[in-house]
Design a protein around this ligand. Structure first.
Ligand code: NDP
Length: 394
């Protein structure tokens, strides 16, 4: 029996994970499930899967969760500390699928008791890559990437020597705005940015895909997880979303991972690792797919990629600043405070305002320093967005 905890169980990745767990009750036993506002889903899954504990991130929803779990034998808890405690419970395998920087602390707690952390929360590696990787090493824990591109790279690297890798290519669908000219991008709405052509995902990552901030995060994630130099990481726009990543070796071989755009593959790979088990994903018919096309991303329309490389060049806690500024700019776009292209402008503003502050960026990695960089970046992003709003209205 593999003891399983799912952090972010009510989200898109969390629900796909539970679907796979529920298919094999003889192999998996659920320890803890955590969620946010979706109490009905959290309680339903905790009951049907016999979890020990269910935790909502929101203290004010504890009463609702208790009511929903009454008579089930599942313990209810609430708040960020309770999520950390859920992650502390002994489990063999933990899915880290909380969205945003909030996923870092519970992921670290899970790593501290060893076992395997399936990492969907890319923000953990972007904000605190060295801390996450060191924590895993120190406690003998294993991290398996769940982002489809990174799962693809991981699989292409199986049995290979990382020193023979010349290039790592991650693909991007190009999102709904792949062909949109700059002028039109400036007018893009939340509804338009929330409609991904190929992947069904949570709203925030879907909008990050439209702006290519998702790919920007993934460049940083690739560097932090695989330890490769940023110069060998390439991005290719691949509208069919069938090739998820390619790894180039020093003998010229290029190994591609090909499959349908379905997160259950990467989740299932991590869930069953090191074995492979049958998964309910469509089998690809390449003759029917017909054509695989690739193009270079346009840096003018998608400045997020350049910003990610500048962030990597800066090093230290710049990733935490980059991620927090991006999260706050996305909040601003969702709230109608700024336009689509102003998300990148806001992040660039924040980076340029914070970069001279070496004390903040070079403070070393701990949960406290990451939280401080995150906080300062959010406040700075708010100021940058307010200044832009004021400029727009003057
Ligand atoms: P969703 O928005 O669908 O789900 C997020 C989950 O986190 C939900 O369970 C939500 O609870 C919970 N949550 C939200 N805020 C908090 C908080 N402050 N504290 C604790 N829990 C919180 O996101 P996705 O499933 O799409 O993405 C999850 C992570 O996986 C992200 O880091 C994303 O980048 C990454 N990822 C996602 C992919 C996908 O296909 N969706 C692909 C690759 C990576 P509730 O909904 O109950 O409020």
């Amino acid at each position: 029996m593999r003891r399983v905890t799912v952090l972010g169980a009510t989200g898109s990745i969390g629900q796909n994970t539970l679907e796979l767990v529920a298919r094999a009750p003889d192999r998996f036993e659920v320890v803890a499930l955590t969620g946010g506002r979706n109490i009905a889903q959290l309680a339903h899954d905790a009951r049907r899967l016999g979890a020990q504990v269910a935790v909502t991130a929101h203290d004010d929803l504890l009463g609702d969760l208790r009511d929903a779990l009454a008579g089930s034998g599942v313990t209810a808890a609430a708040g960020a500390t309770a999520i950390d405690e859920a992650a502390d419970r002994p489990a063999d395998w933990t899915m880290s699928a909380i969205v945003g920087a909030a996923g870092l602390a519970p992921g670290l707690r899970a790593l501290e008791h060893g076992g395997t952390l399936a990492l969907a929360n890319k923000e953990s590696l972007v904000t605190a890559g060295p801390l996450v990787m060191q924590t895993a090493r120190r406690h003998g824990a294993r991290i398996l990437p769940v982002d489809s591109e990174h799962s693809a790279i991981y699989q292409a690297l199986a049995g290979e020597d990382i020193d023979t890798v010349e290039r790592v290519i991650i693909t991007a669908s190009g999102g709904p705005f792949r062909d949109w000219p700059l002028d039109r991008l400036r007018t893009a709405t939340v509804a338009q940015a929330s409609a991904h052509p190929n992947w069904a995902m949570g709203q925030r990552i879907t909008i990050d895909s439209a702006s290519m901030f998702n790919k920007a995060l993934e460049i940083i994630e690739t560097k932090e997880f695989f330890g490769v130099s940023p110069e060998i990481i390439e991005v290719l726009v691949h509208p069919e979303s069938l090739v998820h990543a390619l790894v180039g070796f020093n003998d010229g071989a290029l190994m591609a991972h090909v499959g349908p755009p379905d997160m259950r593959h990467a989740i299932g790979y991590a869930l069953n690792w090191p074995a492979r088990h049958d998964l309910p994903v469509a089998r690809l018919d390449l003759a029917q797919a017909g054509r695989l096309s690739f193009e270079a991303p346009d840096p003018g329309r998608f400045p997020a990629l350049r910003l990610a490389r500048e962030t990597l060049a800066r090093g230290g806690l710049a990733g935490a600043v980059f991620n927090a500024a991006k999260e706050r700019a996305l909040d601003g776009f969702l709230a109608g405070r700024i336009g689509f292209m102003q998300m990148a402008e806001t992040v660039e503003d924040v980076l340029s305002r914070i970069y001279p502050d070496n004390g903040l960026i070079d403070a070393g990695f701990s949960l406290d320093t990451v939280a401080r960089a995150d906080h300062v970046a959010r406040v700075t992003a708010d100021a940058a967005m307010a200044a832009r709003g004021a400029a727009a209205h003057s």
